[in-house]
Design a binder for this molecule. Structure first.
Ligand SMILES: NC(=O)c1ccc[n+]([C@@H]2O[C@H](COP(=O)([O-])OP(=O)(O)OC[C@H]3O[C@@H](n4cnc5c(N)ncnc54)[C@H](OP(=O)(O)O)[C@@H]3O)[C@@H](O)[C@H]2O)c1
Length: 250
């Protein structure tokens, strides 16, 4: 999703500084973004950084002052592996790790990078549908998403009117996050989810890139959580056979 947001930014005339932990992945991402935007246009820079490391984020923010560019927007879409399972069985350390890579990365970035953003700029976080419409055995993602949405509203108050702060809440989206899954299992998961949604498809990265770009640039929008989920948050029973209302009318 971060890459898709970068593509939208570059297509709309902006420059991007893309950050994640892996220098190799960043190099590939830079090439993919430039290809998607028509070739080597020199508007994408990269920097390897573990955003869970508060001191490293602070040092990175200080470097931004000497960057050639001024920054209008901070977009944080980082997240590590999401643990799934009953709370009583999941190691608490796994949930803490989810909070580290998804919540504290966003918190650190917002805390140290917000002063570097231009007046009238914005911060966009990414939560997820499992926050307000949780699934069974998804408590780590639910609590992390809830924390990010709370951070969104409180920072929108604290940093306004200088900056706007918003949050994208994606539904299921076919990104590289699922590339490590067994191919058949992944295909079944995508098909089942698509079948349960009002729009009958899962999200594509570009859906999220467009929505992030909207939040980052919409001048009268702050403190909102935007659901971009194909209707997941209003979906009914995934299988009509288990829906008592539909069974009655069938
Ligand atoms: N895909 C979905 O279905 C879905 C649905 C709802 C919500 N979301 C949320 O949407 C966001 C983006 O998801 P995605 O599907 O684009 O995930 P993704 O493909 O796994 O991308 C997440 C990126 O975060 C980076 N990252 C992880 N830990 C980091 C750290 N400590 N410091 C810096 N970078 C870090 C990773 O790069 P490195 O490994 O190089 O660090 C990775 O490229 C996540 O917050 C996810 O929870 C996704």
């Amino acid at each position: 999703m971060g890459k898709a947001a970068a593509v939208q930014t570059v297509k709309n005339g902006g420059n991007v500084l893309l950050v994640s932990r892996s220098a190799d992945k960043l190099q590939q991402a830079k090439e993919q973004i430039e290809t998607a935007c028509g070739g080597n246009i020199g508007r994408v820079k990269t920097r390897a950084l573990d955003a869970t490391d508060e001191a490293a984020v602070q040092a990175f923010a200080n470097e931004l002052s000497s960057e050639d560019w001024e920054f209008d927007a901070l977009i944080v879409s980082a997240a590590g592996r999401a643990p799934h399972g009953p709370m009583t069985e999941l190691p608490t350390a796994d949930t803490r790790s989810m909070m580290e890579t998804k919540f504290w990365t966003a918190y650190n970035a917002a805390k140290y990078i917000n002063p570097k953003l231009r007046e009238g700029g914005s911060i966009t976080f990414v939560s997820g549908v499992l926050g307000r419409r949780p699934g069974i055995n998804c408590c780590p993602l639910a609590v992390t998403n809830g924390a990010l949405e709370g951070l969104t509203r409180s920072l929108a108050l604290e940093l306004g009117p200088r900056l706007r702060v918003n949050c994208l809440s994606p539904g299921f989206c076919d990104t590289e996050r699922f590339d490590r899954m067994d191919t058949d299992r992944k295909a079944a998961m995508l098909a089942n989810t698509a079948d349960s949604l009002p729009l009958r498809r899962v999200g594509e990265s570009s859906d999220m890139g467009e929505a992030i770009h909207y939040l980052a640039t919409a001048k009268f929008v702050t403190g909102v959580v935007l659901d971009v989920d194909g209707g997941h948050s209003i979906r009914q029973y995934a299988n009509s056979n288990s829906d008592p209302m539909r069974k009655q009318s069938d």
